[in-house]
Write a new protein. Structure first.
Length: 135
């Protein structure tokens, strides 16, 4: 779990995080309550320097914005079947409409869903043995 204090929306939130994210956070040599502390461990007021280093180390394009990580997170979850209301809660959005703007479907997602609907809605043929077992 991770606690986000005094977020943009004003309400402190405690949220679950993945094991992988927790491992990254625990590997940081930070002696501050902030993940990206400012001077003397205080709250950072500018994130430009750390973001430039992170972006470069990750091999992201120079025009990739930090906020794009939230969009990618939402899109990946929604495109892999996570319910939109769960994604909304993880992003701490107050309304589903905001989450919908964040979650862009991966190419081919609608086609995959249509094909899956065919599988799910096709009646299954029972064998003679299954039919007898139901009687």
């Amino acid at each position: 779990m991770i606690t986000i204090r005094s977020p943009k929306g004003g309400k402190t939130q405690t949220l679950p995080v993945s094991r992988q994210a927790l491992e990254v956070l625990q590997s940081l040599d930070v002696r501050s309550p902030y993940i990206f502390p400012g001077k003397n461990g205080r709250q950072r007021t500018d994130f430009k320097g750390p973001w430039l280093r992170i972006r470069q180390a990750a091999g992201l394009p120079s025009n990739f914005r930090f906020h794009g990580l939230r969009h990618h997170f939402a899109s990946t979850l929604v495109s892999n079947g996570v319910d939109l209301s769960i994604v909304q809660a993880l992003l701490t959005h107050k309304g589903a409409r905001t989450t919908q703007r964040y979650s862009h479907l991966k190419p081919g997602a609608m086609r995959e869903a249509a094909l899956k609907s065919g599988e799910l809605l096709t009646p299954q043929v029972r064998t003679e043995k299954q039919t007898k077992a139901l009687e």
